[in-house]
Design a protein around this ligand. Structure first.
Ligand SMILES: [Zn+2]
Length: 170
């Protein structure tokens, strides 16, 4: 009887640990094979796509280097409400603060302004109609910016969560 109870307890503990681990690993990618990844180095990163393809997870490569888009409500962080900083998942450049994240009800993480004036750069999309948002350090595609955001900027930086990393903080 005692043994049976212990087994059930051990199982429950293992299950809890597994759940906790899987949540943590969903927060950031493994960057151990990415020598360009840094939260503090602001130097420009110029890496050929062929090399990125070897380094990055397939989904990150598809969005960041091939101007892809994740399906709404399927990526990371659209429903994240923790305080912290969002980084480029390709090079680690700091991009957004949770303080400027808002409920856009689009299924993509949305911010009304970048962390600093050197976080992102804007480019006209291939169709010439939308403004594409790129990481200012590695020029990876992150999403688009629209003029229907909230005060104080009126902007909506609509990001693909799968090309972001998040670290809890203030
Ligand atoms: Zn970057």
């Amino acid at each position: 009887m005692i043994k049976k109870t212990f087994t059930a307890f051990a199982f429950a503990t293992t299950l809890f640990a597994f759940t906790a681990c899987s949540q943590t690993s969903a927060v950031t990618y493994d960057h151990s094979k990415n020598p360009y990844y840094s939260h503090t180095d602001n130097g420009p990163v110029k890496v050929p796509d062929a090399e990125w393809k070897k380094i990055l997870p397939a989904e990150v490569y598809r969005i960041a280097r091939e101007q892809g888009t994740e399906r709404a409500y399927t990526g990371k962080y659209w429903d994240n409400h923790e305080k912290g900083t969002y980084y480029c998942a390709v090079c680690g450049h700091p991009l957004y603060s949770s303080a400027t994240k808002f409920e856009s009800h689009t299924g993509w993480p949305s911010f009304y302004k970048p962390l600093t004036t050197t976080s992102v750069v804007l480019q006209k999309d291939a169709d010439g109609e939308r403004d594409e948002v790129e990481c200012a350090r590695c020029h990876s595609h992150l999403g688009h910016v629209f003029d229907d955001g909230p005060a104080p900027t009126g902007k909506r930086y609509c990001m693909d969560g799968n090309v972001l990393d998040f670290e809890k903080g203030k």
